[in-house]
Design a protein around this ligand. Sequence first.
Ligand code: ZZB
Length: 257
Amino acid sequence: QDYTAVKLKVLEWLETAVKATSKIPDGSRVYFVAATLRPETMYGQTCCFVGPDIAYGIYRVSDDEYFLVSERSARNIAFQGIFAQWGAVDKITDILRADVIGTLVNAPLSINERVRVLPMETVKFSKGTGVVTSVPSDSPDDYATIIDLTKKADYYGIKKEWVERDIIPIIETPKYGSLIAPSLVQSMKINSPKDPKLLEAKEEAYKEGFYHGTLIYGEFKGRPVSEAKGLVKEGLIISGDTFNYAEPDGVVISRSG
Ligand code: ZZB
């Protein structure tokens, strides 16, 4: 699978992260790195998700740059010429999800420039970087999670205002209007982030968005998604906000690593 890895720069850690992040040299940049298949939707990011029971770490890229990703993906990144030394992983510290919930990060290109790190129960340890950037306008999984987090903010120990951000229309489709994900979640009567119907909703959203969608926001407004995808991605690579991240197919990796 070929992903675009999006770098969300840490602007402010919460108190809970102080201990875990104490080994990061002062003045360094730390990024939550999210794997996406939809670079053209980055305008609509509203938060950044981390999953339960995933071994996360902070990894050294260079003296003043660090990535927060899953342990598993750090080992993949090491073989893609991103870290200082080919094949070598330099972990500064382990990170628990509880350490980083609420961290304030910068979401490149998004209308919501500053977004929070929030919990998502359905993040898989075995896919991407274990960090997911949330686009509730176009991802049914993200929309279903946002609804759940809003309802149960106290339970998750998060602030409502971290979740309730502007969901702006970025892609227009003939079938679902300009908010594909909310439209599908409502019409399919999906009311939990664990609803199995989300798989079908995701496939439908991918298909409609890609084949029939038009970008209605940003620099490439008016272009079909199939065309805009590459253009947005190229811009993000040139600006240094993303890099290509490939994942080996069909490789079974044990949980303990
Ligand atoms: C932003 C985005 C915007 C995404 C969208 C999708 C959509 P797939 O299709 O199953 O290969 N993702 C990435 N890593 C994980 C993970 N470890 N666990 C759970 N979800 C993950 O999955 C690729 C997409 O799933 C990625 O693209 C990411 O969310 C999420 F409008 O990034 B995406 C219709 C989908 N729309």
